[in-house]
Design a protein around this ligand. Structure first.
Ligand SMILES: NC(=O)c1ccc[n+]([C@@H]2O[C@H](COP(=O)([O-])OP(=O)(O)OC[C@H]3O[C@@H](n4cnc5c(N)ncnc54)[C@H](O)[C@@H]3O)[C@@H](O)[C@H]2O)c1
Length: 469
């Protein structure tokens, strides 16, 4: 049967399938998957399901993204392995993109939501995009389809917000006429294609049969283990718990760092020694925590906690500690410059690394932006280099072509990101490029304080002993 768009109409609905049929349909290229949001998460997800045999349509509101995908190109140049998968699957007709959800949603077996869920200026979760797509999906939802939320949301948002919007727009009942699951994305930018096929998925669903089908889709499509939990809200709690465990532990490491710097104790030495004990989980201090997940995920839980009158204090405090670290970097920079007879005002400061994590072309909520802003407010002359952004204009600055270009004549070198290139820097060569007497402020534990001192630098590092003898 043909739809108005001339597409072949599916002869089944997802909920009418058995788990065995999911694999068969994948292999026969008859399973239809729609993915809303072709960003860092949605685009690789679309590519890997197409590679597994599904007929995938990506839906986005950004025409450039849709056109680029339809041209077989990857917008994510820092995701190894993604570009050839997109190219091959577009060419072979399994992957396409559209701005018109209504043309594909009614015939989709699985509809996967990967739209952004940021926090706003007041640190409240901004669920505008996920609510918008719930309305869009609800309007075009076919009976028997299964909706999967991969976006990160607070526990209960899928059941209490997404589900009711889908029901009211479609006039159908969740768990009866369509399925609703949470399967939060757990991949890491920069290694997403590898993670997609190796990191187990956590999945909670509205009903057991739809849950079995979703688990089979991910097992067969991605080749990963699927851990079934009892509800969508439990799956969302797992995602938040693992990220907040990290955020709180990094805050604890930062708290030790702030204290031990005053004691003249090296925090990295302490943590490495602690790590020799069987039950210690090492986390290291740094210039701050960035990215789309850790700086915002706490607020999803805090918001849901407020609704039930239980504020997760430790989680909130951890955010405050981590948010303090960029200011601490500015203090360390000021100290280091004072040690060589300079002030921040008028100093040439080279910032090496602006990305929020190594080897990714991503500056979402990077703590380095605050450091640069403050230094410029204090009238420093700031130069930047980041191998992922060469030649780009970022934060109002043109990114230099090399370390050498950025540090030439600098009074201070700040390490903002632990890119592998920076770990290979020879400090005595660096000293020849900077001003005669220069400082290093290491926000990422890239250099050993004693090595920096030996090369003639005044040294400060988060949690490190200042310019040790
Ligand atoms: N980036 C990560 O490292 C990561 C990791 C795990 C989970 N997540 C979560 O995954 C979700 C998606 O994040 P991302 O990093 O892929 O976002 P992103 O900003 O990279 O991409 C989002 C895409 O969604 C599109 N979009 C926005 N509104 C839309 C709408 N109404 N309809 C269709 N498309 C729309 C945008 O145009 C964009 O292309 C978020 O909830 C995020 O927290 C992200």
């Amino acid at each position: 049967m043909k739809t108005s768009q001339g597409e072949i109409k599916r002869g089944h609905s997802a909920l009418s399938l058995s788990t065995g049929e999911i694999g068969d349909l994948l292999r026969k290229h008859e399973l239809r998957v729609s993915i809303l949001g072709l960003g860092r998460i949605g685009l690789p997800t679309a590519a890997v399901f197409a590679e597994a045999g599904a007929r995938v349509t990506g839906i986005d509101v950004d025409a450039r993204v849709v056109n680029q995908t339809n041209a077989g190109e990857s917008r994510l140049t820092d995701e190894p392995g993604l570009a050839p998968v997109i190219k091959r699957n577009v060419k072979e007709g399994r992957l396409s993109a559209t701005l018109k959800p209504e043309t594909v949603l009614p015939d989709s077996d699985f509809i996967i939501i990967c739209v952004p869920t940021p926090v706003d200026q007041t640190k409240s979760p901004d669920y505008t995009a996920i609510k918008a797509v719930a309305h869009t999906v609800g309007k075009s939802l076919g009976r028997g389809s299964i909706v999967i939320v991969e976006s990160t949301v607070g526990p209960g948002v899928v059941e209490n917000t997404v589900g009711p919007i889908l029901e009211s727009e479609s006039g159908m009942k969740v768990g009866v006429d369509f399925g609703l699951a949470s399967c939060p994305e757990r991949s890491d930018p920069g290694t997403i294609m590898k993670n997609m096929h190796s990191v187990p998925r956590i999945m909670g669903c509205s009903d057991a049969h739809a849950g079995d089908l979703v688990a089979t889709l991910y097992r067969e499509g991605l080749g990963v283990e699927v851990v079934k939990v009892s509800s969508p809200k439990t799956a969302n709690a797992v995602k938040l718990t693992e990220n907040l465990f990290r955020d709180v532990n990094i805050a604890l490491a930062n708290e030790f760092a702030l204290l031990y710097e005053k004691f003249g104790i090296d925090t990295v030495e302490v943590i490495n020694a602690c790590a020799t004990k069987y039950n210690f989980v090492p986390h290291y201090p740094g210039a701050g925590v960035g990215g789309p997940c850790l700086p915002s995920n706490s607020y999803y839980l805090i918001m849901e906690g407020l609704k039930v009158g239980n504020i997760p204090y430790l989680i909130r405090l951890a955010r405050e500690v981590n948010d303090r670290m960029p200011d601490h970097m500015v203090e360390l920079t000021s100290e280091a410059l004072n040690e060589i007879g300079k002030t921040v005002s008028g100093a040439r400061i080279a910032v090496l690394g602006i990305a929020y994590k190594p080897e990714v072309k991503d500056i979402q909520l990077t703590p380095i932006e605050h450091i640069i802003d403050r230094l410029r407010e204090m009238h420093a002359i700031v130069e930047v280099y980041d191998p992922m952004f060469v030649g780009d204009k970022v934060m109002g600055l043109v990114v230099h072509k090399s370390v050498e270009d950025a540090v030439r004549g600098a009074n201070c070198v700040i390490i903002g990101t632990a890119h592998s290139e920076f770990k290979k820097i020879d400090l005595s060569s660096l000293a020849k490029m900077t001003a005669d007497r220069a400082a290093i402020v290491d926000g990422r534990g890239v250099f050993e304080p004693a090595d920096a001192k030996r090369a003639g630098f005044a040294f400060r590092g988060v949690g490190r002993v200042a310019s040790p003898d």
